[in-house]
Design a protein around this ligand. Structure first.
Ligand SMILES: *[C@@H]1O[C@H](CO)[C@@H](O)[C@H](O)[C@H]1NC(C)=O
Ligand SMILES: *[C@@H]1O[C@H](CO)[C@@H](O)[C@H](O)[C@H]1NC(C)=O
Length: 134
């Protein structure tokens, strides 16, 4: 695959992924103040905790945000509602492959599979982090 085709493919993949995420977040936004039983925290707090956990596992600072954020983190620093989480220019936060692996593995380490992929992801790049014999 040429780089151009590869980038087009990645952009289309990202587009679908972003669309799915936006739909889920848009559905959760109207119920953001509702309590999630039996946890006794609101939907908004739930999304915050998931985002904090993903930020912690990714080890690359703030790249994930909950549904409600302080105004300075909202779109162009103007709103609290945060259906589409973006950076200060309202573009998506970029993640490296290592960051993404740390999160989907749930281990905070791209060399230690777990979580959604207990045997690690296939493919030359993800396998290259697993060390010899993998
Ligand atoms: C936001 O835009 C400004 C001005 O173009 C740029 O300097 C800055 O690096 C951008 N921030 C991000 C996170 O892309
Ligand atoms: C990640 O795991 C590998 C393999 O167990 C280990 O060598 C490496 O030190 C770990 N990295 C961190 C940052 O803990």
């Amino acid at each position: 695959m040429s780089w151009c085709v590869y980038i087009q493919f990645l952009a289309s993949l990202l587009g679908v992924d972003a669309g799915q995420e936006a739909i889920i977040r848009a559905l959760l936004y109207p119920v953001r103040e509702k309590l999630v039983l039996p946890y006794d925290i609101t939907v908004a707090e739930f999304t915050d905790r998931i985002s904090e956990y993903r930020n912690k596992l990714g080890k690359a600072g703030l790249k994930d945000e909950g549904l409600v954020v302080p105004t300075f983190l909202g779109a162009e620093g103007k709103v609290e509602g945060n259906i589409i989480a973006g950076n200060e220019n309202s573009t998506f936060y970029a993640r490296t492959l290592q960051e993404a692996l740390r999160i989907v593995y749930g281990t905070g380490n791209e060399s230690v599979p777990g979580g959604f992929f207990p045997n690690g992801l296939n493919g030359r790049l993800p396998r290259s982090f697993l060390g010899p014999g993998n």
